[in-house]
Every structure is written in structure tokens, then in C-alpha cells.
Design a protein around this ligand. Sequence first.
Ligand code: ATP
Ligand code: MG
Length: 519
Amino acid sequence: MTSAIPAATYLPDFLAARATERPDAPCWLFDGRTWSWAEADASVHQAAGALRAEGVGAGDRVAILDKNSPAILQVLLGGCLVGAATTVVNWRLAGDELDYVVNDCRAKVLFVGHQLLDQLALVRDRLEHVEKVVVVGGADDELEAWLASATPIDRQDDVTPDDVCVVMYSSGTTGRPKGVQLTQAAMVEHSLNGGGSITYADGDMMLVAMPMFHVGGTSYALLGPVNGVPGYIVSEVDATLMAGGIMAGCTHAFLVPAVVAALVAAGPQAMQLFGRLKAVGYGAAPMPPPVLRAAMAAWPDTSFQQVYGMTEFGGVITLLEDAAHRDAEHPERLTSAGRPVWHAEMRIVDPITLQDVPAGASGEIWFRTPQATIGYIGRPDDTAALITDDGWVRTGDLGRVDDGGFLFIEDRLKDMIITGGENVYSPEVERVLAEHPAVAEIAIIGVPDDRWGETVKAVVAFRPGLSATSDELIAFARQRLAGYKVPTSIDVVEALPRNPSGKVLKRDLRKPYWGDAAR
Ligand code: ATP
Ligand code: MG
């Protein structure tokens, strides 16, 4: 078994502890290169020295615009040693979205992946605070020389656990991404609490594939040093790169439902390969039950763990353990998001009265946890709306809790449909229609209706070679749902619009019907 988790107050201390314990064992594997724990730790101290030499210190921010690579972790952990926060910028953002994020976090130094230089060139003269650009990777690599030029340093005296160490941007599902400030203390809490029920053995390796510009990717990568497990980092979610990781011996992975669905759709051969994984975590968006059942059937030796999380908590806040996936007495818990992680208190609150709802009733999900953000950068009004005076964070998600304490996420507050005074939770309808054999992808939205205020619309993409009429789909739903929940109209699309973490962009689907009033 791997050895005990180090007691650390600062994120880089986990890495340092592992470097002492097993200096020569592999820590990061990326693009054919391996960093031992000692090399990884040394590079983080070099990054800290190089940042200080650039004048970056406590309270400053740097940004990295790159696909997944160890450079992100070197900069982030190096920043922790000098008290600076790192933003990992979504490389899929275009034009003004890109300069919005880099300006919003006021990055002084920008690291940029060599394959993204053209993208940077389009916005470079609009970046207001960037004093220095460092190219990462490729023939023009500057990072190695930049690291080597500096005298390595230890944690600076003015650094405290309450310093912000990352400014992570939320996914932007409901509006412009918000810069979520997370302290080292919060990220350490997340690393210790969010690892959950997964255990590791010697020889295990984590596949780090989900993008690190989302909190899920970064915080999963940080679980490696905490648990002493090497990370096989792939630059992006790409079937060939990920298969390479499995063949190299990866045993653990975090995958979003859209990626699991793509593997299921890719057929038995791909499925068989990924069945070598000992543990799969999934989450960030609702998991369609047929996809989960197919994965569980095809990977009989794999343990599954669902996580429900938010950028505002540094990642995971509830988790559904493998055993609960297979609890014959509670088959309905397959669609639950599980129970809160350590140190997290949960409440279900009426969003209007702000009082707790009766046991088992639906309401807004609130948490109080040391993992919580201190607030959004530069958005005091949004921060005030997020965190109550006594420290509860309003998730904006609706849910209910069963008598075993298992959370069922019902919908985002903003996605819930109110039709003729009845609440319709879109994932409930989506789960039903996902069972129709012709349906590949499904999203339920509310559209304006003269009589009911709003009415339920389904947007579907069919499986290749299959289809169904609107009447057939509506009849299928009517057999399984209360009348007011049944879609009254169906739109057919090739594929649903999704962001890189696989979340459906419902506001894009609603726009043609609501115009600028779309939520
Ligand atoms: P923004 O806040 O910018 O609109 P976002 O909320 O999608 O975007 P994230 O912080 O990446 O940004 O995602 C958190 C949200 O993702 C949660 O509030 C919840 O709605 C959804 N989510 C996360 N995990 C799950 C899960 N296991 N099941 C269902 N929904 C989930
Ligand atoms: Mg959000």
C-alpha cells in the first residue's frame, strides 16, 4: 500500500513529503518524459525562485494558457511558495473571452503553450497587466531556461494558508465565467476531503485528462501528490492519448459523463481497454443512467465514484461511493450524487424564505465547508449573493436528501421550468427520454407559452441510423411521467452544444425562444 497521507498545511508540502519519501519514483509522466518526485519538487522551488525574480509575490496573479502539462502544476505550486495565485486559462476561449479572463485576474506573467501562440497574438495588445510572456514547450520553449535561470527558493515568510493560490474560472454555463478565489487552506482541505473513498496501492497511476482550466482537472491532478500516486498527464481529452495512458498502466481516472458516453458509443474494443481502470470518478454534469449502466456492465472490475462539485468548493463537495452504486436495497441511489465530503455541512433551503425545507423536500442546496471560496474576484455583488453572513454557500442547484443522507440533484435553479405553477426539473425528464433507444443526447428546456407561462421542450440528437417522431417521443414520456412534465414539442439537432467539460449550454438552446431574455 502507499504510505500515509502527509499532514500538510500548504499545497507544495505534499509534493515535498513525497519527494523525501520516494525521490526517484515517477511523479509526472507527460509526452514521453518522466519527472521523479525529487525532480518535480525541485522544479516547483525553481518556479518559485523564477517568479520572485520577475517581481511576483504575495497577492499577485499569474496565468497559464496551455493544454494540460506539468508546467501548470509547476507554476501553480511555485506560486504557492511566493503567495501568488495562478489562473489556468481555458485555451478554447476565443478572442475577447480570452482577454476578459487574463485581464479579469490581472495576471502579471502569462505562460503560453507553444501551440497557442497564434491565439495569443490576436489578443496580446489588449492584455492590460501582463508584463512578461513565457512560452511553454515546442521549439520555442522558454520555460526550461526560465526555470534553470533562477535560484530555487523555499516558501516565503509572508505566505499564509489564507493566501489565494488559484483563481479558477467557473465553467460559464449560466453566464460569463466567474473568477473563483481559492486559498491554499481551501485547496488543502479539498485535497484531503475530496479524495473520498478511493484507495491506492503501489503501482497505481492516475490518468489526468480532464482540462486543468476547470477546477476538476486541476484538483484531480493535485490528488497525485497527496496520495503519492504518479499522474500520467495527457494534453487534452483525446481518445488516442487517453488509450496510451491506459496502456501505460493508468489505474485511476476522472471522466465527465460526456466522455464516458463517447467511450460507450465507441464500441466494445474501446470499452474493453478502459475496463482496465480500477477506479473511475465521474461528475460535473448529470450522468445519463443508460450510460452509467453500460459502463458498469462493461467494466465489472472497476469501482465507480460519482462526484458533485463546483468551482466554488475547489472541486468535489459530495460523493457517491462504489458500494452505493450497487446497493440492492436502494437501486434509486444510482442517480444520487451521494453524501457530503468530510468537514462539509449541507442544508436544503427554500430559495425564497431562506428557511430549511421539511425533511425530504426539495430546495436549494447549501454547504458550509472550509473548502469554500472567499469569493469571486472583482464581483462583490455576486460574492454577496453566493455566501451568506454565516458562511453558507448557495449552490444555485436544487435537490433533496433521502433518509440515508443521500443528495439527489434535481436541477439548476436557473434551468428549472415552471409550467402552470408546477415545477419541472429538467434532468428528471432527461433521464426518462435518455432511455428511449433512438436517443443519443437529450436536453430539456422551458420555452414561452401563452397559457402556461412556460412549457417543456425536448431537444434531442438521435443515434446514428436511428430516429423517432415527436409523437413517439412524447408518447414514450407520457407513459413514464406526470402530464405537466411531458414535453409538448421536440427539436432535433445533430449534437447538443456543450462546453469543454461536457456541460450542455442550455442558455444557447433557450436563446431562439426567449431572445435576450434567455436565462
Ligand atoms: P457558471 O457558474 O459559470 O455558470 P458552472 O456552474 O457550470 O458555470 P462549475 O463550477 O464548473 O461551473 O460547475 C458546477 C455545477 O456543475 C454545479 O453547480 C452543478 O450544477 C453541476 N454539477 C457538478 N457535478 C454534478 C453532478 N455530479 N451531477 C449533476 N450536476 C453536477
Ligand atoms: Mg456555477
